[in-house]
Design a protein around this ligand. Structure first.
Ligand code: RM4
Ligand code: MN
Ligand code: MN
Length: 379
């Protein structure tokens, strides 16, 4: 059975994603940071820009923040500011990769003082969650080594789980710790949380409040991410997503720009375990469009997610099941492709219209003149 247009519209109206504060500021590569005129300079401007994405899409649930990049003196005030813009503070992301003391590791550092400093930083992030009403601690660990012999894997894991336990015990019952894995960068020989299996094992050791977050740019080329979704979800350990696109490395390009079919297949798998219109999974965009105008790039990403989601809802599940039972490989694949190749943009436009939005979000935003206004105001 395929979903009717009415059901699709209902689903898409309730489908919300978090946007990253860091996606609205100047960013670059390790070669150069380019300035985009009017790009947000602090968390207040980042929230203002996120509110633009919400204004034209009505698909933004919250703004994920990065500490200390988004640090303010008064967190209650920031929470109120976000609310005044119709937004919430979403996932809080500690930064364990930019302090001199973390050169040889943060949560795995052999030096007790430096390790304690890293733990304290994450505890500070939990305190920020309490003040802003955030329920998600999103932890990416940069720790690793560059050369064989540099570190002892098992010892580092021992220190890591010990640090994580201290962090875990500070979480409120309704908070979730998401562990984000990545197999390279900034370390190149090994990282301490390289893959979903390691993140899964760590989350198992910690308990129910710990889960795994998948970043689409953090796998070796060709990895079947849909399979990872299935493995983690069926074990109750998938906690969220960092959406972006990549061609070669952790490119953080706008969502759906390089491989929309992969994104669609991920949603097909997600739908088996979650109602994505329920807000239960932390769906976060993690991109930094170095060359594109930031808000336009974010609207593009939101739209790609909406399109991939709508297409995934079109898979005829009963027919697929039957084809699988008969081992009719060709038919099974055709059912998947049929959904992917359906143009869902008319449904999206209709849903937008019914929600009082302009049918073309990107166009409406560009024509609004917001970009030239902030370029003048922000200098
Ligand atoms: C990492 C990872 C994290 C993000 C940092 C900036 O590669 O994706 O989620 O916080 O980059
Ligand atoms: Mn990420
Ligand atoms: Mn990344």
């Amino acid at each position: 059975m395929k979903l009717k247009n009415e059901e699709l519209k209902e689903k898409i109206k309730n489908f919300k994603v978090e946007v990253p504060s860091w996606g609205f500021s100047d960013s670059g590569t390790r070669f150069k940071v380019f300035h985009i005129p009017g790009a947000a300079r602090d968390i207040f401007e980042r929230i203002e820009d996120a509110a633009q994405v919400e204004k034209y899409t009505k698909a933004v649930s919250a703004v994920a923040i990065h500490i200390p990049w988004d640090k303010v003196d008064d967190w209650k005030k920031l929470k109120g500011f976000a609310q005044s813009k119709g937004l919430k503070i979403g996932a809080v992301n500690p930064n364990l990769f930019q302090d001199e003391d973390y050169k040889f590791g943060s949560l795995t550092n052999l030096d007790n003082k430096k390790r304690a400093k890293a733990i304290d930083h994450v505890l500070e992030c939990i305190d920020i969650m309490k003040q802003t009403g955030s329920k998600i601690l999103s932890l990416w660990l940069p720790d690793g080594t560059d050369y064989p012999g540099q570190g002892d894997f098992a010892k580092r894991q021992e220190l890591l789980i010990d640090s994580l336990k201290k962090i875990y015990s500070a979480l409120d019952d309704d908070m979730t710790l998401l562990i984000e894995y990545k197999f390279f960068e900034p370390a190149f020989y090994h990282t301490d949380t390289p893959d979903w299996g390691t993140a899964y094992a760590l989350s198992k050791d910690l308990g129910d409040k710990a889960k795994v977050i998948i970043d689409l740019g953090h796998h070796a080329q060709g990895t079947n991410i849909e399979f990872i979704v299935s493995m983690l979800s069926s074990r109750g350990k998938l906690g969220g997503f960092h959406f972006n696109s990549r061609k070669y490395a952790d490119d953080d390009l706008t969502v759906g720009s390089v491989n929309l079919y992969e994104l669609f297949l991920i949603f097909v798998e997600l739908n088996k375990f979650f109602d994505l219109s329920s807000g239960k999974l932390a769906l976060v965009i993690d991109q930094s469009a170095a060359m594109k105008p930031k808000i336009q790039a974010m609207i593009q990403s939101v739209e790609s997610l909406q399109i991939a989601y709508l297409k995934s809802l079109l898979v005829d599940k009963d027919a697929l099941k039957e084809a699988q039972l008969k081992n009719d490989i060709v038919l099974a694949e055709e059912i998947i492709k049929d959904a992917f190749l359906t143009d869902v943009r008319p449904v999206l436009r209709k849903a937008r219209e019914e929600a009082g939005l302009d049918q073309n979000a990107l166009d409406a935003f560009i024509k609004s003149g917001y970009e030239s206004m902030v370029a003048k105001k922000r200098g």
